[in-house]
Design a protein around this ligand. Structure first.
Ligand SMILES: [Zn+2]
Length: 423
């Protein structure tokens, strides 16, 4: 028995960016088995989802999250950049317990799914406790436990346990990566150790890069010319290294960046909110893999990748002084297949193609914000929002149906999460 999405407008985001006007997608188990003309793929016993008033696209890929921090929402708006220099401390964070963070992880994963996000790259401390909650949500994820040695030796035990438990090649929806915190909170020795460990495991490495002026000053004090040189000197180069933010890079570093092949997690809302800056990705698009991240909830209170893509496009046009850069087609790819490429999962997810895992997003084409549909790609990037999302499928499993989570009672989850608010 399979699952057939019938009579859909399909935005494939394949190599040719094909858009199919009336098509069926048949899912067998976890995999897209066939794509064919509308009404042609249903077999006896199949479950059918009527998509005659729907657009089906690949699930969204969010390449930089800290899901368990959803409980920080609204705790530190409108602060000066210097406020964050004390290790990104959040006022009142000491009152939250591990159980609170686990509940927050559950709420965040539910929110991602409801917003059409089917895959995340998530990192935080204590990921050994948090990853099981993430796993229970059904979302696809790469998880990393934060490594740093600013205040004492780095503790590799959780990273090793995650690599052992989940592996680096997908054998379930969750895989593991290596997650050094940042270039100023990790010593050169630790960064080199991460590069060595990457070589041994083939894991992706996730790190915050050039997020603040303080970080660049700390890097220079260690006699590196800048953030890129610091990464290069540690051996942290290649597409499997994912640098989040990349705000404080010189013109020379931006020009040299493509040679390093380091992938970028672009988080414009978070960056604009706390640094009043965003990375000039128009200079790097097409040269290295770039995906979009919503980052943590204290610096980007929303987890809406549609919003993130539109902001990236519009702020990017402003920075470039050129309204022709960061086209709708490029932004759609950044939300999906390019994000998957950043995570090394573009053979698994990020486009609708036969043989790929069925990570699918169904938008309601009768949502008023999607009418009229002269150009589906334009509507997805410039007018869709999380409220356009109808159904969400990961690995062939329907995790959101008609705007509701299927694995959990979302109103009860919201009720429990709301109790973490200041009383
Ligand atoms: Zn981050």
């Amino acid at each position: 028995m399979g699952l057939v999405l019938q009579h859909a407008l399909v935005v494939t985001v394949d190599m040719q960016d094909r858009v199919l006007a009336d098509a069926d997608i048949r899912v067998e188990g976890t995999v897209i088995e066939a794509i064919g003309p509308g009404g042609s793929l249903k077999r006896q016993g199949d479950e059918v989802i009527d998509c005659s008033e729907a657009l089906v696209m690949p699930g969204l890929v969010n390449v930089h999250t800290h899901a368990a921090t959803a409980l920080f929402r609204g705790l530190a708006d409108d602060r000066p950049a210097a406020f964050w220099s004390r290790g990104y401390q959040v006022p009142g964070q000491e009152r939250f317990s591990l159980d609170d963070y686990k509940l927050s992880m559950e709420a965040a994963c539910g929110e991602y799914l409801l917003n059409g996000i089917t895959c995340i790259a998530d990192r935080l401390a204590r990921m050994d406790h948090l990853a099981t909650v993430l796993e229970a949500s059904g979302i696809r994820a790469i998880v990393g436990d934060t490594l740093m040695d600013r205040d004492g030796p780095a503790d590799w035990r959780t990273t090793d346990a995650l690599l052992e438990r989940y592996g680096v090649a997908p054998r379930s929806r969750v895989t593991a990566g290596i997650a050094p915190h940042a270039l100023d909170t990790c010593s050169d020795q630790l960064l080199k150790a991460c590069a060595d460990r990457q070589q041994a495991h083939g894991a992706h490495v996730f790190i915050h890069v050039a997020q603040s002026r303080d970080e660049i000053a700390a890097i220079r004090a260690r006699r590196h010319a800048g953030a890129l040189a610091c990464l290069q000197n540690a051996g942290l180069t290649g597409a499997h290294v994912v640098a989040a933010h990349c705000l404080h890079l010189s013109a020379e570093e931006l020009a040299a960046w493509p040679v390093s092949r380091i992938s970028i997690a672009h988080c414009p809302a978070s960056n604009l909110k706390i640094e009043a800056l965003t990375a000039p990705i128009h200079k790097l698009i097409g040269k290295v893999a770039i995906g979009l991240g919503t980052d943590w909830t204290v610096t980007n209170n929303s987890s809406d990748l549609f919003f993130e893509a539109r902001l990236a496009a519009l702020a990017g046009k402003m920075i470039a002084g050129d309204p022709t850069v960061l086209t709708a087609r490029q932004m759609l790819r950044m939300m999906t297949i390019e994000g998957a490429a950043v995570l090394g999962l573009d053979h698994v997810t990020g486009s609708i193609e036969t043989g790929k895992q069925a990570d699918l997003l169904v938008l309601d084409t009768l949502a008023l914000e999607l009418t009229p549909m002269h150009d589906p790609v334009s509507n997805i990037v410039h007018s869709a929002s999380s409220r356009s999302v109808r159904d969400v499928i990961v690995d062939g499993e329907i995790l959101v149906r008609s705007g509701c989570l299927t694995r959990v009672d979302q109103r009860e989850l919201a009720r429990r999460h709301a109790r973490l608010g200041a009383s």
